[in-house]
Design a protein around this ligand. Structure first.
Ligand code: Z5A
Ligand code: MG
Length: 212
């Protein structure tokens, strides 16, 4: 018989879609209803790899496009032992961005194919649920401080959702698109219900590998 494990939930979206806010609200709601839950954030900004990524995102360092993609991917791989350990302990994990952001934000760059972008993340723990917070560019830009970090430009943020749509097609993954333009409370309610459904249906199934 398969043993009980935590559920792996991913929050994705364009910049300022509300991933961070929704991640915190979801973890709080799950914990207060008796579940164990923890949020991890990618890029995880506290490891050795992340110093380089922070500096790149803050536009203090220039890095070759393929190379920085692999650093983002390494930043996920270095958390895999922790992810597996937590899931095995029955802790539900909410990941604020994951491989899908990795692919979407790199594949908009010139001469880098979606397929190339996926390769370095093949075999990561496969999420049980991916929640895509959908938000129009104008609404995202209105949420403040947009434009300070790398990638926070209109042209790029317009192309990124198209890459996410490509990723939603044809893969054996459980994507749910959530309208992120509503109030924090309304978005949270949908995110909470979808997550609880996933927690109940995935607790007994073995963890799989992404894109394998
Ligand atoms: N990136 C990459 O290139 N490769 C990779 O492999 C990975 C990421 C993993 C930084 O990530 C960049 O790295 C990111 C993708 C790229 N680029 N972009 N753009 P990040 O996660 O650190 O950055 P971010 O997505 O821009 O996070 P953020 O700035 O923290 O935004 P957020 O998490 O989506 O939203 P938030 O912090 O919850 O909310 C933003 C603001 O909106 C805040 O003032 C909230 O109070 C407000 N908010 C939130 N929800 C609402 C609603 N519903 N209504 C009104 N206002 C709201
Ligand atoms: Mg940001």
């Amino acid at each position: 018989m398969a043993s009980y494990r935590g559920t792996l939930i991913v929050l994705e979206g364009v910049g300022r879609a509300g991933n961070t806010t929704q991640g915190h609200w979801l973890v709080t709601a799950l914990c207060s209803s008796g579940h164990r839950a923890k949020m991890l954030r990618f890029p995880e900004r506290s490891t050795e790899t992340s110093k380089l990524l922070n500096s790149y995102l803050e536009k203090k360092t220039e890095l070759e496009d393929h190379s920085v993609h692999l650093f983002f991917s390494a930043n996920r791989w270095e958390q895999v032992p922790l992810i597996k350990a937590k899931l095995n302990q029955g802790v539900n994990l909410v990941l604020n961005r994951y491989a899908f952001s990795g692919v979407a934000f790199t594949s908009v760059k010139e001469n880098i194919s979606l397929n190339w972008c996926k390769q370095s993340d093949v075999g990561l723990p496969k999420p049980d649920l991916i929640l895509f917070l959908q938000l129009q560019l104008l609404d995202a830009a209105a949420r403040g401080e947009f434009g300070l970090e790398r990638y926070e430009t209109g042209t790029l943020q317009e192309q990124v959702p198209l890459c996410f749509q490509q990723l939603m097609k044809g893969e054996n993954l459980n994507w749910k698109v959530v309208d992120g333009s509503r109030s924090i409370e309304d978005v949270h309610e949908e995110v909470r219900v979808l997550s609880k459904d996933a927690i109940h249906s995935d607790a007994q199934s073995p963890l799989e590998e992404l894109w394998k």
